[in-house]
Design a protein around this ligand. Structure first.
Ligand SMILES: [Fe+2]
Length: 346
């Protein structure tokens, strides 16, 4: 077996491959690590056949959809997944064949209704059902403490005690444990009585994960995160540094149109000398009137350098082949002590 554990913050992803056939599966990939997964698979001589989510994640952005499209392989989730975009739905007792490896599906609802664990050889990928020294929480959408009790005590904890446990989360860098170790040390498993376990889970009072709304929206729909949209736009435009722009403004560069895409009040409170105002929300509709010459060199700027990236990308799509975005925004410009002009457009 070829095996890679990839941590991204507290989220753990796994690349598991068959050494004989070079077939592999990727479990719980996260969107910021896509290049890393592909690089590791290439380095290890593996070809990924399945991208698998152990459940609907509420705390990170799943990369299964994007990787599946890129690699032309199916996304795999449990049958109960609410996502309409799952290519291959699996159920308890089924196997995924990865070369000579077998990934055995166990349906383990509780953390979410669609949670599953995958047993492969000497290890079990427990998703957020069983964590090292903890369990998944049951207070997020479709969570159920009663179901988690059954999944743990009647299924996962009855597996071979020597199986290595690889969870979807670990914030303390512990890597893995074993079923036996969890039975011995995991404080959440100390109460083997159903009612006591359920009461404990229901009274944990945990804070909501950050980005939960965006994670559920994108993971359940296959839609894009804001960060993805920004990085896709950024990949299509060149940038200009604050310093470079300053020297061009000081030299009164007539070749360059500085286009401020913030709202009018922000523009009037302080803009780059000579900048034109065209709010992002009006860009497409006013472009023919305001920027009749598509061969002009246009630099977009905004407050933080994000909306200006989207604007420059839109301009390029519309045929302004020399549109660039400011690397940074007006906030950074002011903080650098560079000059601003107050008031209306010239
Ligand atoms: Fe989770």
């Amino acid at each position: 077996m070829i095996f890679e554990q990839i941590a991204s913050g507290g989220c753990q992803s796994y690349l598991i491959g068959c050494a004989d056939t070079c077939a592999a599966a990727l479990i719980d990939p996260e969107v910021s690590q896509i290049d890393r997964y592909l690089a590791l698979a290439a380095r290890d001589g593996l070809r990924i056949h399945y991208v698998i989510d152990t459940h609907t994640h509420a705390d990170h952005f799943s990369a299964t959809r994007q990787l599946a499209r890129q690699l032309d392989v199916p996304t795999v989730m449990h049958r109960a997944s609410p996502a309409p975009i799952v290519d291959m739905r699996v159920d308890d007792g089924e196997l995924l064949v990865v070369g000579k490896l077998r990934l055995q599906v166990m349906h383990t609802p509780g953390h979410t209704r669609d949670s599953m664990c995958l047993v492969a050889d000497d290890r079990v990928f427990t998703g957020d059902t069983l964590l090292i020294g903890a369990t998944g929480r049951t207070d997020l959408p479709s969570g159920d403490a009663e179901a988690l009790y059954d999944s743990l005590f009647n299924h996962v904890l009855r597996l071979d005690p020597l199986l290595k446990v690889f969870p979807a989360h670990d914030y303390k860098g512990r890597g893995h444990s074993t079923i036996a170790q969890e039975l011995a040390d995991n404080p959440r498993l100390a109460r083997q009585d159903r009612a006591a376990f359920v009461e404990m889970m229901n009274s944990l009072n945990l804070t909501m994960p950050t980005h939960i709304t965006e994670a559920l929206r994108t993971n359940m729909s296959g839609g894009k995160t804001v960060a993805q949209m920004l990085s896709e736009a950024a990949a299509t435009v060149p940038f200009m540094s604050l310093q470079e722009l300053l020297s061009r403004v000081q030299a009164a560069d007539k070749d360059l149109i500085v286009l401020d895409v913030r709202e009018r009040d922000a523009y009037e409170a302080g803009h780059i000398a000579g900048a034109r105002l065209l709010p992002r929300g009006q860009l497409e509709l006013r472009v023919n009137q305001d920027l009749p010459d598509p061969t002009r060199r246009i630099l977009t700027c905004c407050e933080f350098g994000r909306i200006s990236t989207l604007a420059a990308s839109t301009l390029r799509v519309m045929g302004f082949q020399r549109a660039v975005a400011l690397d940074g925004g007006m906030k950074a410009w002011r903080e650098a002590g560079y000059p601003v002009t107050v008031g209306r457009e010239p």
